[in-house]
Design a protein around this ligand. Sequence first.
Ligand SMILES: Cc1ncc(COP(=O)(O)O)c(C=O)c1O
Length: 476
Amino acid sequence: MNPDIPLQSLLVLDTSNMRETLRIVDRNARGIAFVVDARGVLQGVVTDGDIRRAILRGLSPDNLVTEFMTRKPVTARVGTSPERLIALTSERVKYIPLVDDERRVVDYAAFSHAVHLPVATPVLGGNELRYVTECVLTNWISSQGRFVAEFERAFAKFTGVKHGVAVSNGTVALHLALVLAGIGQGDEVIVPTLTFVATANAVRHAGASPVFVDSDPNTWTIDSHEVEEKISARTKAIIPVHLYGHPADMDPILELARRRHLVVIEDAAEAHGARYKGRRVGSLGHIGCFSFYGNKIITTGEGGMLTTNDDRLADQARLLRDHGMSRIRKYWYEVVGFNYRLTNLQAAVGVAQMERIEMILTKRAAIAARYRELLASDDRIELPVPAPWAEPVAWMYSVLLKEGIARDPIIERLDIHGIDTRPLFHPIHQMPPYAVAERFPVAETLSRRGLSLPTWVPMGDTDVERICKTLSSVLP
Ligand SMILES: Cc1ncc(COP(=O)(O)O)c(C=O)c1O
């Protein structure tokens, strides 16, 4: 049963007769129609069974639908939780009108909506289980063992850098990078306001203050032309974020950093494999930081990686992630380090993921291409257009809804239809720990209008089609 038909094809006016009702029920091929008055207010529900029984009772094709419809059908308020709707629907009650406060029909739920499409899910069908099993069978489950170094080598090669240093997650990768750059109390670090909160949190954890910059309206990443005006005597670093898989415009940032003696730390948590002018992100600044959280391009459950071409930084990173322990003297510490180690178990998953990363990127790119194809002609949706110098990767394929469309009710409606989506991140400057009076109009607009759609490797063409059809049916 395909639930993705427009609501309009399920509606019949209460002034219709049996003949007209039959035509609508026949055309929508769902055996049901919702009876509404001219204002769209629900009067009842009519099924092909009601029509059959009406004919048996002797009613004629000219009788009004209101004479044989069910007057008190099962309904639900719009915004009812998917769990509740799934409970309300059954083989017997397949379609439920969803009504607003004035009992106007604004949507519907259907039995097959129990099929739930998550916004992200990992793909673990390669050697993940085999390698993890090897860790368990050999007892190498902590941060010693062959997989950590193998994962680092594979990821560094993929990114096009000399060194990869595996750590426990993307947030501590950023924190460690800041510590390595000598950033601490009283320093300022320039970050985009539109990013995941970890970018700013890491700066605070290092004792420094994030200074926010607005977004570029096309790439959604840091507006490289606004960075310079935010540089003060206290500025020590810039963290461009390759947001939603699209690289930040690195050349102006790198040039500025050279001129003003600043460190560039790339936050590439969402962009494994993306290229800027042919070079992979994470290889452009002094240090790159990646996340391997479960919803990322590749995952280790939790996990992170620092990437760099600088031997000294890599060496220091290895030292600091392991409490700062001396290489030559056991349990001797000359600096205050951290326990930011990745386990062999996690790295085992990472090695298996790296064996399939090109396939993962190709499949994700195909999903993004299909979204583009299916949504391109809908003028209620604005699709992101990659910059000419960028080869983005499809992390969570995200779009903007037309100005004026309230995004959150769309998310709720998609949820009712079993489709999990996400709003774009909130700009960090709007959240309590970082609140500033300054406005960042581009980031604020993107955040208000942005919607991330399900993007995961095992998705089929029919899933993407269902999402696009449902999205266009719930948009006003
Ligand atoms: C842009 C960005 N930076 C940093 C992080 C932090 O990574 P983690 O969740 O692995 O700590 C994430 C993701 O979670 C992210 O999306």
